[in-house]
Ligand binder design. Structure first.
Ligand SMILES: Cc1cc2nc3c(=O)[nH]c(=O)nc-3n(C[C@H](O)[C@H](O)[C@H](O)COP(=O)(O)O)c2cc1C
Length: 255
């Protein structure tokens, strides 16, 4: 099993996204998978110019400027992998610009003049299934605790799965990154005992990806659980009076 992670964090290896990917790949490599992280921040990723050359005869289905950056080589890695993990921090209510810039370049691999129906019955156009339809995991992390924060990124990946005929084999959402010290602070792990469960679930999720090609829903629930050690926090956090208490606690924890 070949697992390829595309890390869209601008902090690259030092970021929370990478910390979570490392846990995932710890489990996956222990279970025998071949794992690689493509840290987009270390590559040259130009933006799509919407020049349309990729839909003309001379450069048909290839970016006319593909020799000027690294995107084609990363598409090649995707084509050769079994599962892709698209990983991104939330940047102002969406995925990182870097990951979006990279994903926009998929446009050059599609013949947009050939209308098709997707397996889920959506009207779309031809796509390159070898690159676009890989089974994938979305991994979205953020600092804020509101469910609204990762919503746009999650919605993007839902649409991606349906239009690209790409099996969505895992959805990891990790909020409260700053509160958790981005994984690197042992003191936070003492204050937030659920973090250990979360990180163990990431390792288990990696094992499951290596052995079964998907993340078990139960493992996903543990990985995505709230880290605040208050019963029913997921419900309480939406109640206005509780929010004021929460704000005070958050200030204490971040102090
Ligand atoms: C430009 C920028 C915008 C951000 N916007 C948000 C946001 O809207 N909501 C949020 O909860 N966190 C936001 N964050 C925080 C990151 O999502 C969070 O720190 C994440 O863990 C960073 O991952 P990384 O360490 O892998 O880069 C933002 C960070 C940056 C740099």
């Amino acid at each position: 099993m070949k697992l390829l992670a595309i890390n869209g964090s601008h902090r690259g290896d030092k970021g929370h996204t990478c910390y979570l990917l490392d846990l995932l790949f710890q489990g996956a490599s222990e279970a025998g998978a071949e794992c690689e992280i493509v840290t987009l921040a270390k590559y040259k990723i130009n933006r799509c110019l919407s020049c349309g050359e990729c839909h003309e005869a001379e450069h048909y289905l290839q970016c006319a400027y593909r020799d000027r950056d690294d995107v084609a080589s990363i598409f090649d890695k995707i084509a050769k992998s079994d599962v892709v993990i698209y990983a991104t921090p939330v940047y102002v209510f969406g995925m990182s610009g870097l990951l979006k810039t990279f994903l926009d370049r998929l446009y050059s691999t599609s013949d947009v003049n050939q209308v098709m129906l997707t397996q889920s019955g959506l009207l779309f156009h031809h796509i390159d299934h070898a690159v676009c339809s890989k089974p994938f995991v979305s991994l979205v992390c953020c600092d804020n605790l509101e469910d609204e924060t990762p919503r746009n990124a999650l919605s993007y990946f839902r649409a991606f799965a349906r239009f690209m005929d790409a099996p969505h084999v895992g959805k990891l959402v990790r909020n409260g990154g700053k509160l958790a010290g981005y994984g690197h602070d042992p003191e936070k792990r003492k204050k937030l005992p659920r973090l250990d469960q979360v990180y163990t679930a990431y390792i288990q999720a990696g094992r499951e990806l290596a052995l079964e090609g998907r993340i078990n829903p139960r493992t996903q629930r543990i990985a995505n659980q709230e880290i605040i050690p208050v019963p029913f926090f997921k419900i309480l956090k939406n109640l206005p009076p509780f929010k004021k208490v929460m704000l005070e606690r958050a200030k204490e924890m971040l102090a």
